[in-house]
Design a protein around this ligand. Structure first.
Ligand code: UDX
Length: 432
């Protein structure tokens, strides 16, 4: 079993650390945010996750997992390091490498003078070239070691919010990017108790696999949305059509659910970053740009559907159910709720919003939106309603809830009420 240090207790770092500890490694996590460290030490996951908190408590009890904001304590003496810090977008969509730089410096200082070949693995999503051009020189400079005195790997993660630990423990594949055999072998050994396929490649390829995966998923959702919109023009049931194409094993039914578009902290950000990096190298990725543009329009399309029912949105009171980018999370990053809010406000509507977990304040910008805590308070006396997140609470909407509305018009942006028998008088519209 290895002594492992994790840098960054974001969702990825925490899930990775807990997974390694669960499988027997000795794990120390370093995080600069003391409030996160306190939560984790106290056995609380700072993130809304299914089993992460429970498993965290188990490894804390077992004694082979710890968290600290003391770099020396967490980083000195480990055999393997995993850099799991965020790479948020800058205003132009390109990747902010600030935290990567800090993390690389910290690990570099911690491995100073080492003669036992520590292996440093980048797990953060970074554009191709970053591990070799930014991380490696920083490690060498701060440690005073030559490049062959430490190992370097790139090992992207593919976890989803809500099921972070499950996805970390059972990924479809473990991508091990290394330019030399030795560090790749060390990493493969660290993962030896994971049943998933281990797939080896060079560092830059591993970096790109992550972007290509997220770009494909975003494109697949967008394709489903496009087909659903086309089906609507033909008066066809798009679900039946998408079910028909999903039966083709080359396509499969996953990520084919149409709706208000994709959001979240990864798909939009990663697409913007790879588009920006690719353009800086002289190639304009037309398809990827179109996917992002389409995604913006799809949110406006939801508002168009409601406007069509009401003739005009000017002066209308609209309920927005769901602020989070998907159900079972309080995360609003790149949530489709934001473009929907902007469109509704631009067209003169007033908005009453509801979400079981996410808040309007989380958007970090002043929005003329009233948030209420009860679903019925949101629906009371409104001219129409948009469902933006498919929370279980919304699937259970009943006759009494709809009765609160002045006009019982529902535009479902997430297939939330699909298959549900709605009371007479409710006008139900959905994308596709
Ligand atoms: C995603 C990737 O799935 C994961 O591998 C990567 O590591 C991080 O980004 P996550 O952001 O948690 O995970 O969200 P995901 O469940 O993939 O959904 C992304 C968005 O696409 C959501 O807004 C969701 O509502 C939308 N979506 C997804 C659809 O509109 N239709 C679908 O069929 C699937």
């Amino acid at each position: 079993m290895a002594r492992i240090s994790i840098v960054g207790l974001g969702r990825v770092g925490l899930a990775t650390g807990v997974a390694f500890a669960k499988l027997g490694h000795e794990v120390a996590c370093y995080e600069v945010d003391a409030s996160k460290v306190d939560a984790v030490r106290g056995g609380r996951s700072p993130y809304r996750e299914k089993i992460l908190g429970e498993e965290l408590r188990k490894v804390l009890k077992k004694g082979n997992f710890r968290a600290t904001d003391n770099a020396g304590d967490a980083l000195v003496g480990s055999e393997c390091y995993f850099i799991c810090v965020g790479t948020p977008p800058l205003d132009d969509g390109s990747m902010d490498t600030r935290f990567m730089t800090d993390a690389s410096k910290g690990v570099g200082r911690a491995i100073k003078g080492r003669k036992d070949f520590p292996v440093i693995t980048v797990k953060s999503t970074v554009v191709p070239g970053t591990t070799e051009k930014l991380v490696a020189p920083m490690l060498a400079k701060e440690s005073g070691l030559s490049h062959d005195a430490f190992g370097l790997c790139m090992n992207p993660e593919f976890l989803r919010e809500g099921t972070a630990l499950e996805d970390t423990l059972k990924p479809d594949r473990i991508i091990i990017g290394s330019n030399e055999k030795r560090p790749g072998d060390v990493l493969e050994q660290v993962y030896s108790r994971f049943e998933s396929v281990k797939w080896r490649c060079d560092i830059k390829t591993a970096e790109m696999v992550k972007y290509a995966t997220n770009s494909f998923l975003a494109t697949k959702v967008t394709f489903a949305n496009e087909i659903a919109n086309v089906c609507a023009s033909f008066g066809l049931d798009s679900d039946k059509v998408l079910e028909g194409i999903g039966l083709d094993s080359r396509i499969n039914p996953k990520f084919l659910v149409p709706g208000a578009g994709f959001g979240g902290p990864c798909l939009p950000k990663d697409m913007k970053a790879i588009i920006s990096a690719s353009k800086s190298l002289g190639y304009k990725p037309l398809l990827l740009e179109a996917v992002l543009e389409f995604n913006e329009r799809q949110a406006a399309r939801v508002v168009d559907m409601l406007e069509r029912e009401l003739s005009s949105l000017d002066g209308k009171r609209i309920a927005l159910l769901g602020l989070a980018f998907k159900a079972e999370t309080d995360d609003v990053r790149d949530s489709r709720a934001l473009p929907i809010i902007h469109e509704l406000l631009r067209r003169g509507a007033t908005i009453v919003a509801h979400d079981p977990a996410a808040t309007i304040a989380a958007f970090g910008t002043d929005l003329a939106v009233k948030q209420v805590s009860g679903i019925r308070d949101a629906l009371e006396n409104v001219d129409g309603c948009i469902i933006q997140t498919s929370w279980r609470e919304y699937k259970e909407l009943d006759k009494e809830d709809f009765a609160m509305m002045k006009h019982q018009i529902i535009v479902d942006g997430r297939r939330t009420l699909d298959g549900k028998k709605l009371p007479k008088g409710v006008i139900y519209r959905r994308i596709g």
